[in-house]
Write a protein that binds this ligand. Structure first.
Ligand SMILES: C[S@@+](CC[C@H](N)C(=O)[O-])C[C@H]1O[C@@H](n2cnc3c(N)ncnc32)[C@H](O)[C@@H]1O
Length: 393
């Protein structure tokens, strides 16, 4: 039911003020022409040393930060009016859901299902992948007793955190109509490029299946031993129909397109091959965590002043080269109609290669100024990024 925004906000505030019945509030999405400080905010009452407080978990798409407020201290009104397009208030006897349309109307839905309050303060982070899941044992992340092997802890977390970004990005793209809702006849297609031992490939397949998403995943790696190993595991798990592998170079793939292209640490310009494959085939989402980068490092010989201040130190030259590479990749994607951001997908303690380029195809027309600054960067540094050569640009 569409109602005036103001009265929807008043109803949400009223429910929020009844702390004794409040289960949680979730703010997500962005209203037209408004910027939000976070991707998602979760609010719930918690008991801290016997005193009721309000916990606010702010997620910026990468990390979640928790803040606790004494009752009455949180400016809830300001928060719900600050630009989020979806407001969900759950209480012990139902839920109020408000979706704010592009026209600024409030579509309100109420349900009367009972819900339970959980006032525990330190809830453990919910794992997406159960360490004892047979696929984790088969791919070698977990031991036969279902515990993560110490040597694979970092890879497990990289994969989990990758999924934590993949899933909301996918849901957002489906909600916005950028990707059609997958069906059994037309499942979501995902290509994992440079899949190696396919930890992420299996995880994406198994996790999406577990939440009821029809999906077909393909893992690509140039090495035939990867194909053999991964196909055998898929067959053993009985999932070889919807999870297939191919031993191919990314720039010579026999498959033309997928809804989503992902790449975790594809070496050097294989990351550019992966981005280019996704863009040229019309992928709607690209999630790419680059690895070592040598392409621009070798081209950075005519350093524009005063940047020599950094590049005379080998270490800094290397890091600057990485930043230039990823900055230019992100800018190219933006110019090609992708909403693009660069985020840390996992803590630096789990891999120094923890940057992810996330791009969602919206088809937005590029601002000529963005093209100008891209060209300026290239001409100042006298460089030519590998990605540009691979794109119809
Ligand atoms: C660092 S490993 C990462 C593997 C996996 N994504 C992971 O995170 O565990 C990079 C993989 O990319 C593969 N690779 C490198 N260049 C490739 C190319 N041009 N085409 C296909 N695979 C490639 C390598 O064989 C290797 O298995």
């Amino acid at each position: 039911m569409a109602i005036l925004l103001e009265s929807a906000f008043v109803s949400a505030q009223e429910l929020f003020s009844r702390t004794e019945n409040l289960v949680r509030v979730v703010l997500s999405g962005r209203r037209r022409n408004m910027q939000t400080a976070f991707e998602r905010i979760d609010i719930r009452p918690v008991l801290i040393k016997g005193t009721l407080a309000i916990q606010v978990m702010e997620n910026d798409g990468r990390v979640t930060t928790a803040k606790n407020y004494a009752l009455g201290q949180l400016d809830f009104k300001a928060l719900i009016e600050s630009g989020y397009s979806n407001i969900l208030v759950e209480h012990t006897s139902g839920a109020l859901s408000i979706r704010i349309t592009k026209k600024g109307e409030a579509l309100v839905h109420e349900d009367k299902g009972a819900r339970q309050q959980n006032l525990e303060h330190d809830r453990k982070k919910e794992r997406l992948l159960d360490p004892s899941d047979p696929f984790l044992i088969e791919v070698g992340i977990s031991d036969t007793s279902g515990k993560i092997k110490p040597s694979k802890q970092d890879k497990y977390l990289q994969v989990e955190e990758f999924l934590r970004i993949l899933v909301p990005t996918l849901n957002g793209a489906i909600e916005a109509g950028h990707i059609a809702k997958p069906t059994d006849n037309e499942p979501l297609t995902i290509a994992d490029l440079g899949c190696g031992n396919a930890y992420l490939t299996f995880a994406a397949h198994q996790y999406l299946k577990s939440i009821g998403m029809p999906v077909k995943v393909i893992g690509i790696d140039i090495r035939t031993q990867s194909l053999k190993r991964n196909s055998e595991i898929a067959a053993k798990l009985g999932i070889e129909e919807s999870l297939i592998f191919k031993a191919e170079a990314i720039d010579q793939m026999s498959i033309q397109s997928a809804d989503i292209a992902i790449a975790l640490h594809a070496c050097d310009t294989a990351t550019d091959d992966a981005i280019a494959w996704g863009v040229n085939g019309g992928s709607k989402i690209l999630l790419v965590a680059p690895c070592c980068q040598h392409d621009l490092q070798t081209q950075m010989s005519n350093v524009p002043e005063p940047w020599n201040l950094l590049t005379r130190h080998g270490l800094m030259k290397e890091r600057l080269g990485d930043l230039l590479t990823d900055g230019l990749r992100a800018q190219l994607l933006k110019l090609l109609g992708y909403r693009t951001d660069v985020i840390e997908f996992v803590g630096g303690e789990h891999t120094p290669r923890n940057i992810m380029i996330r791009a969602v195809k919206t088809g937005a027309k590029a601002d000529p100024q963005d093209r100008k600054i891209y060209d300026q960067m290239l001409s100042q540094w006298q460089i030519s990024p590998a990605l540009e050569d691979r794109l119809q640009f």
